[in-house]
Design a protein around this ligand. Sequence first.
Ligand code: COA
Length: 186
Amino acid sequence: MSTPVPTLTTPRLTLIALSLTDCADYERHFIDYEVIRHLARDVPWPYPAGGAAKFIRDRVLPGQGQNRWVWGLHRREVPGLIGAVDLWREGRPEHRGFWLGRQFWGQGLMTEAVIRITDYAFDVLEFEELIFANALGNERSHNIKERTGADLVEVRPGSFVDPAYDRREIWRLTRDKWRRWKRGPA
Ligand SMILES: CC(C)(COP(=O)(O)OP(=O)(O)OC[C@H]1O[C@@H](n2cnc3c(N)ncnc32)[C@H](O)[C@@H]1OP(=O)(O)O)[C@@H](O)C(=O)NCCC(=O)NCCS
């Protein structure tokens, strides 16, 4: 079933389907070893010229709204992409990836985006559960999962752009757990 990627809003962000018009902003914020080093080994480093356009054209657009939903993050008051959240139907085992330009870390913006997209995943896309993954030692990514109700289930071997990482944490968030988390402490 096709479900076009909708524009979503949060208090501080507009989440807009990633498109080729985002290439320049994507490269401006993404091509940074401090962003890329935490990602899976199949992300190239050094990042090639034109890599964002190729990624969006060849990997994102063919599946957008079919088996993959990729949003760019834009601050509501300032246009321009500052990060992205990627959700995919088939687990690898994880169903989600995200990154944010380094100058925007530490403000809760990704947590805000992830909460809105998790609602969308369970309520509209009808996922029963979401699996997440991050390098063991990627504390910022770990903290987002912990902060938003996911349960750490396993640590497996893994390889990342930064060769110092060699294991990955696997997390699970079920629809029921999400609903309980949204209701807050009893
Ligand atoms: C992962 C990544 C998106 C997290 O960025 P982040 O800024 O830590 O995440 P958030 O935007 O949710 O901000 C949370 C931080 O802001 C702080 N914060 C400030 N105001 C906040 C608010 N209103 N709500 C929530 N957190 C807030 C939190 O305390 C937290 O800081 P802490 O972890 O030191 O406690 C970013 O580090 C990144 O892009 N890393 C590289 C790519 C990457 O690792 N991707 C994930 C691969 S699995």
